[in-house]
Design a protein around this ligand. Structure first.
Ligand code: C2O
Ligand code: CU
Length: 533
């Protein structure tokens, strides 16, 4: 399909919709075109930039406020900000340090970090009127229960909390994001998400692209209201699907690249949108890592499916293209994620010059033979549990549990109670044809054994912490419950599903095991007498 209905090409999509509602011009368009030509943003289409006109940028790296021999201390203020995302349009956001995505934290394995999170958000969301309490989850970290962003461990506006992270796991792309009770969706959508990159000697010994050739891509979608603010419409808690695609906070950006390999760390930070990537050249994409870090061996794919909260690390070799060529990262879409003409494009790479540095320009055939989760076999499993994800009585549930049922049990009810060090297989069942659920298990890295009895997709053959459970699928994952004991969440990462209320918990160890996630390190008032970090 062409993009005659694309923005900036005369007749706008919204105009087309209006025309098609009048009936006349609709006859000249194929049916699915009139459907996909609908948009959700209310802002004038003329305010949206043409694809690949906004320059690409990456979030700034955060410097520690202080370091000791073992520990780096960081301070982040969660506060309102104004971002110019659409040229000339001011959009109110909530940002870590007032920016979205938040600043990137970079850590070497073996160093501890303490991150002070200060909630300086207003007492009420300006439009939605809820109180923006927060809880910060470092997604991909085996943190202690009290530092894991337990949804009910909230920090209210005017309070702060110091989170401590061990950073003992293998190198990986993590992200920190809000997890506040019942408002995770709105808070993340408003901008409370950022990257946290952990490196280790295994990764550093590899000749993979590094430095300015190691580039994060945080993908999110937005709906813009007439006044430039983000419009929240979660379709009755089903999901929010925006028509504007942002990469690192910029709409359909264009990045200048050299004729060599680049490593991209791709995070799908959307509320509910799944992506399926393809390069406009049709060339394969090399996948080198998943949520839990580098794969054992790279995988070549012609398409890559990406659910919410998953991270995929890919290498694209621009040496095959000539200077002046444009390569577009396209989105083929996934079922039950609403697509628009505008969501077919993500960003473009303009091959602008020869390589200025040709070191670290190799993807070796063996990347990470020691990825712990990848060694697990069904023979090692102590037990198999079944987790059924469904919609029951208007609520999203896991084995008929909701977070509300966990709260009512005084946080004692659990969906699973593995012993410390136990290996288990979880069989996650989605009997619906109407929606998919990216299921995230906190604390652990897992291996995907199979999907409806068939091998996982090539891009998923690495350590994972979030798995795309597609329509009518049963996915089996295997993991070892190590690093910590205590209670941790398991939930769908479609954020309206999570908030309403497809989230429960498991406990590593016997009842009472581990630090209490809420009472061990509660948030404190942030005042002029609060001691500096
Ligand atoms: Cu990324 Cu429990 O979340
Ligand atoms: Cu879901």
């Amino acid at each position: 399909m062409g993009d005659a209905a694309g923005f900036g090409k005369g007749l706008s999509r919204r105009d087309l919709l209006k025309v098609s509602l009048l009936g006349a011009a609709a006859l000249t368009l194929p049916f699915e075109r009139t459907v996909s030509a609908k948009t959700v943003s209310e802002i004038a289409p003329s305010k949206l930039p043409r694809p690949f006109t906004v320059p690409f940028a990456t979030p700034p790296v955060l410097a520690p406020v202080r370091s000791t021999g073992t520990t780096d201390y960081y301070e982040i203020v969660q506060k309102p900000g104004v971002a110019e995302i659409l040229p000339g349009v001011r959009s109110p956001i909530f940002g870590y340090n007032g920016i979205a995505p938040g600043p990137t934290i970079k850590v070497a394995q073996g160093r501890e970090t303490v991150v002070r999170q200060i909630n300086a958000l207003p007492g009420r969301h300006p439009k939605l009127r809820y109180e923006p309490w927060t809880s910060t989850h470092l997604h991909g970290s085996a943190s202690l229960p009290e530092f894991d962003g337990y949804a009910s461990d909230i920090t209210r506006p005017g309070q702060y909390k110091d989170y401590r992270y061990p950073n003992t796991q293998p190198a990986r792309t993590l992200w920190y994001h809000d997890h506040g009770l019942h408002h995770t969706g709105e808070n993340v959508y408003m901008g409370l998400a950022g990257l946290y990159l952990l490196t280790d000697p295994v990764e550093q010994a590899l000749p993979l692209p590094t430095g300015r050739y190691d580039v994060p891509l945080v993908l999110q979608d937005k709906i813009f209201a007439r006044d430039g603010s983000f419009l929240w419409d979660d379709n009755g808690h089903s999901g929010l699907w925006g028509d504007v695609i942002l990469v690192n906070g910029r709409p359909w950006p264009v990045m200048k690249v050299e004729r060599r390999k680049y490593r991209f760390r791709v995070l799908n930070g959307s509320v509910a949108r799944g992506f399926r990537y393809r390069l406009s050249t049709g060339d394969p994409i090399t996948v080198i890592g998943c949520d839990g870090g580098l794969m054992t061996a790279p995988q070549q794919v012609s398409e890559l499916r990406h659910g919410m909260a998953e991270r995929y690390e890919i290498v694209i070799d621009f040496a095959k293209y000539r200077v002046g060529q444009r390569v577009v990262l396209q989105n083929l879409g996934v079922p039950n994620s609403r697509d628009y003409d505008t969501t077919r494009n993500i960003m473009a790479f303009d091959v602008a010059s020869e390589a200025t540095d040709t070191s670290n320009n190799t993807v070796p055939p063996v990347l990470n033979p020691g990825a712990v989760a990848m060694d697990l076999t069904p023979a090692m499993s102590k037990r198999t549990r079944r987790l059924v994800v469904s919609r029951t009585g208007g609520e999203w549930v896991i084995n008929d549990m909701t977070w509300e049922s966990v709260v009512r049990s005084r946080y004692e009810a659990v969906v699973a109670d593995p012993g410390p060090g136990d290996v288990e297989i979880w069989e996650i069942v989605n009997a619906s044809g109407g929606w998919f659920h990216p299921v995230h298990v906190h604390l652990v890295d897992f291996k995907i054994l199979d999907r409806n009895g068939r091998p996982p997709r090539p891009e998923e053959r690495g350590p994972k912490d979030t798995v795309y459970v597609g329509e009518n699928e049963t996915v089996r994952i295997i993991m070892r419950f190590e690093h910590q004991v205590g209670r941790y969440m398991v939930h769908c990462h479609n954020l309206p599903h999570e908030d309403h209320d497809m989230m429960t918990q498991f406990r590593v160890g016997p009842p009472g095991a581990g630090h209490d996630p809420i009472t061990t390190a509660p948030a404190l008032p942030y005042t002029s007498s609060t001691a500096a970090l």
